[in-house]
Design a protein around this ligand. Structure first.
Ligand SMILES: NC(=O)c1ccc[n+]([C@@H]2O[C@H](COP(=O)([O-])OP(=O)(O)OC[C@H]3O[C@@H](n4cnc5c(N)ncnc54)[C@H](OP(=O)(O)O)[C@@H]3O)[C@@H](O)[C@H]2O)c1
Length: 255
């Protein structure tokens, strides 16, 4: 299987790193971009992938469109397609838009950057023209680097907000918590490790628990104790409304 990555930014690199760590040969991956040639050299040195500045689509089985959304349809309309599996990771691009231009089966995928460490969450919106084998191949590719969930026109924007955008929300929270620990005497790295490990453990627990989140809070927060007092402060500062509004804003299609 030969994979072409169109776009060499953070999402493209995260996928490539995860796929190589999952056992895909770097030699079967080719990366390209439009302008920043030094970035291609760096990626080739770091991962052992191939790079090109003159890609011939017919040489690839899978083409991953990983450029900014506004470049996707212009790019696909300039190329000649011969039954490639076309996967766009660009926000707000639909499989139908790609299938109409390429006449190939297409998938709109919405991964997140944790795919780099094979702990991603990817939404998959399958196009009407996609063959069963290409559908299976897509699932297999993204399950190498984390979990997948099927999405559609209605659910995709919310999946994007909750999984594609939310790492930045979590980093914002970590950024807010860190000064408390550095102020107490931990260095920056130790502070990050403490908070990240607590987040990772909480995530693991959530994945193994069916009980509602309120019950999980009760497990940690004895009435009047330190956790309970902290949770009250979060509520006084309307964290629920803030998180809800952030997700709704990220899910909103720009006009
Ligand atoms: N970052 C995330 O967490 C995330 C999550 C989910 C989905 N996505 C989606 O992934 C896509 C890329 O995001 P990103 O964060 O990786 O952006 P980025 O870091 O800005 O990278 C975009 C890359 O695309 C290249 N490019 C732009 N237009 C091109 C074209 N016409 N042909 C070939 N290469 C082109 C750019 O290089 P040159 O300018 O040199 O061409 C650059 O390497 C976006 O559509 C975004 O919606 C990102």
């Amino acid at each position: 299987m030969k994979i072409l990555m169109v776009g060499a930014g953070s999402m493209s690199e995260s996928l490539v790193k995860g796929w190589i760590d999952s056992g895909i040969s770097p030699q079967s991956i080719t990366m390209t971009n439009r302008a920043d040639r030094s970035r291609l050299v760096t990626l080739a040195d770091q991962y052992g992938v191939q790079t090109t500045t003159d890609e011939q689509i017919e040489q690839y089985d899978v083409v991953v469109l990983a450029m900014q959304p506004e470049g996707v349809l212009g790019y696909v309309s300039q190329k000649t397609w011969t039954n490639q599996l076309v996967i766009s990771v660009a926000a707000h691009i639909t499989p139908l838009e790609i299938e109409t231009v390429t006449n190939c089966g297409a998938v709109s995928a919405m991964p997140n950057t944790p795919v780099a460490f094979r702990t991603g969450m990817t939404g998959l919106w399958f196009g009407e023209q996609l063959s069963e084998s290409h559908r299976q191949q897509t699932i297999e590719l993204f399950e190498r680097v984390g979990e997948t969930v099927e999405t559609n026109h209605t659910t995709m924007p919310y999946l994007m907000a909750a999984a594609g955008c939310s790492p930045a929300f979590f980093y914002e929270i970590v950024g807010a918590m860190t000064p408390v620990l550095t102020g107490a005497g931990f260095d920056e790295q130790a502070a990050r490790r403490i908070i990240a490990q607590a987040m990772k453990g909480s995530a693991e627990l959530l994945l193994h628990e069916d009980r509602p989140t309120a019950a999980l809070i009760e497990d940690v927060a004895a009435p009047g104790g330190p956790t309970d007092r902290g949770v009250h402060v979060l509520r006084e500062h309307h964290i629920s409304q803030a998180m809800y509004a952030a997700l709704m804003e990220s899910a909103r299609e720009e006009s």
